[in-house]
Design a protein around this ligand. Sequence first.
Ligand SMILES: *Cc1c(COP(=O)(O)O)cnc(C)c1O
Length: 354
Amino acid sequence: MKKHNFSAGPCILPQEVFKEASQAILDFNDSGLSILEISHRSPDFVAVMDEAQALALELLGLKGKGYKALFLQGGASMQFLMVAYNLLEEKAAYLNTGTWSTKAIKEAKLFGEIEEVASSKDKNFNYIPKSYSIPDEVDYFHCTSNNTIFGTQMKEFPSTASPLVCDMSSDIFSRELDFSKFDLIYAGAQKNMGPAGTTLVVVKEDILGKVSREIPSMMSYSTHIGKDSMFNTPAVYAVYVSMLTLRWIKANGGIKAMEERNQKKAELIYNEIDRNPLFKGFAANEDRSVMNATFNLVDESHKDTFDQMWKGAGVNGLNGHRSVGGYRASMYNALPIESVQVVVDLMKELEKKI
Ligand SMILES: *Cc1c(COP(=O)(O)O)cnc(C)c1O
């Protein structure tokens, strides 16, 4: 039986994508070859890479606006250092909203001075700091749009004089934003776009080439732009599956339609968290993530009962991250609202039982 998959990442992808992706392992494009055994230089795969890059820019509304889309390796974690390698000459500003921001700051410090403009660490990252100012003279400002672990999400982004860099790993393609406000966006594929193994980087070309240090070829965005993400062997299969997901998003109404579905799912679960006296939400209400809802039992002694209930009902991946405890429902684009309803019904059932 197919599970209701709330895993935070790698995570659920559309069922149609799984079907097509598995077919391509046996026979890709009726070529008599598997996608796993063809050259990344073959016309069939070059077409996949081209389409994936074009779809990413198109869905974000960035086509023809001076941006390049890259599919790199090393995860979002490698972007923590690659961003600084390529953009940090003297000083950059970072907003610290959780584990991932903290890691990004740690790496960037190897390359220059970092000003942490604000942090929500004082409350275990359960909110997004709002009143902070970004110095004008910094090389860039870095933020994390959605905090996968703590379940908070930035609803607004500051206007900056310097380039705006954002880790959108866990909410890219999930909601409409003015993406042209951003100069560099990166996202590990495995949260909302595809399998683990590739990372989407969307970069405005005119912010590059401004640092004085020498950048090793593999670390340089310019290298990868020059070679269309084929400087070395790309993660062929991960890029292919990501491309299929991007096609699926486009065919299903684009980001706008994803956002509408995601809003409905989030409302459904947050309404129950707020209504049900057995549960409480972790994140500050106004900063609640539409992608990852974090919540706890008011009385932890019901944990075993509730865990048995959802595990028995075919729900997967509802356990919270160890730094928050409790539960986390990750509701990425491909998760159907029916799965959220299953969890909500179980929460109601627990209330009746107790
Ligand atoms: C998962 C995640 C990362 C780390 O991604 P990797 O691809 O494992 O390096 C970074 N940032 C955010 C917001 C994430 O959710």
